[in-house]
Design a protein around this ligand. Structure first.
Ligand code: F6R
Length: 360
């Protein structure tokens, strides 16, 4: 039941601190409680998934490559099925799915099994088809997700990706860091969800852009999948055409779209290498009159350049580089929800969409 919330989507957004705790609670006490039999040696790790689950897999790529030095390929399940499959016994294929019933993901898993690859699942619904076929893996324990737009499944999947990276990592310092920092995320997320200043900024963003017909979402590194997820949320429930793009690719085409009406959401990292690069991209947009909304966890004091280019600015708490998608996605979910409601749409029942897509 929705309880005091107007929609399931809103309830599920607010459940996220509790849900991600449920994803990691049994695992951080003992990372080896994650039972995934992996090929030894492992040639590569392939994620097969659709939609939001694909975005979580993209975050997983950065984490596993960086912390476990394993080549990772996040595949769209619907494309993977029809390509030449070059997998074999030294590859691990992980199907990522909230429902565990998505037909494309199921078929991609089937292809991997036929090719003789080792398989696993990162799934929410216990006993679902994909969970049973995969034979091993991790459950999210997010509880039922009713809202058609996936919210808590995404943050729980990203949490599972952090756990997976720690499980696969040979670096004891990283493993210890994950065990120490993950419990800090739920309280930080809760604080953010109840941050009056953020909600006041979102009010202004909703007023400014509820009539928009287009929006761009840009980020680099792990902020890129977060941008993709922000854009997907906006288009599916608010029916505003939104594109997520790697910020560095913008100059290769999409910048032509920027005019004085275009909302451009930047997911801005505090990372010493990425920060100056993204700031340059922000200045390119600002020069062309684009209206910038910045979501960032940059450290205090906020560089004045960020303030200067941002018409709207939302700051989220910082815990560790690898936890940043969990917090940065929160305002993006809320903005999409609030714009849908402001337009008189029901976010729980977006047109043309079903909760689980059981056809290919
Ligand atoms: C977006 C959304 C979809 C699903 C996709 C995969 O909000 O809900 O993009 O993420 O259909 O579904 P699962 O994870 O159930 O396989």
């Amino acid at each position: 039941e929705k309880g005091s919330y107007a929609h399931f989507m809103l309830k599920e957004i607010y459940q996220q601190p509790k849900c991600i705790g449920q994803t990691f609670v049994g695992k951080i006490a003992n990372l080896d409680a994650i039972h995934i039999d992996i090929p030894n040696p492992m040639r590569q790790l392939v994620f097969v998934a659709c939609g939001t689950s694909h975005h979580a897999s993209m975050v997983g790529r950065y984490l596993v490559e960086q912390h476990a030095q394993i080549q990772v390929i996040p595949e769209y399940a619907s494309e993977f099925i029809y390509r030449t499959c070059l997998l074999g016994p030294s590859d691990l294929v992980i199907a990522v799915s909230q429902s565990g019933e998505t037909a494309d993901t199921r078929e991609a898993l089937h292809t991997a099994i036929r090719a003789g690859a080792k398989t696993a699942g990162i799934v929410n619904v216990v006993g679902s088809q994909i969970a049973r076929m995969a034979g091993q893996g991790m459950y999210l324990h997010a509880g039922p997700e009713i809202g058609v737009a996936s919210t808590k499944a995404f943050t729980c999947q990203v949490t599972a990706m952090i756990l997976l990276a720690a499980f696969l990592s040979k670096d004891p310092a990283f493993r210890a860091d994950v065990i120490r920092t993950l419990p800090m995320v739920p309280p930080a997320m809760d604080q953010l969800l109840h941050n009056g200043h953020m909600h006041a900024t979102i009010d202004r963003i909703v007023d400014a852009f509820k009539g928009a017909t287009n929006a761009l979402y840009l980020g680099r590194g792990m902020d890129y999948p977060v941008a993709l997820e922000g854009a997907l949320k906006l288009k599916e429930i608010s029916y505003i055409h939104a594109e997520g793009y790697p910020a560095g690719e913008m100059k290769h085409g999409p910048i032509a779209l920027v005019d004085t009406h275009m909302p451009v959401f930047f997911v801005l990292s505090r990372d010493a290498v990425l920060f100056p690069k993204v700031l340059i991209n922000m200045e390119e947009v600002r020069t062309r009159g684009g209206r910038i909304i910045t979501i960032t966890d940059v450290a205090d004091p906020l560089p004045t350049a960020v303030e200067r280019v941002s018409e709207f600015l939302i700051r989220v708490p910082y815990i560790a580089p690898y936890t940043s998608p969990l917090l940065k996605v929160i305002p993006l979910q809320l903005i999409s929800y609030r714009i849908a409601v402001a337009k008189g749409l029901n976010p729980d029942r977006p047109r043309n969409l079903a909760k689980s897509v059981t056809v290919e």
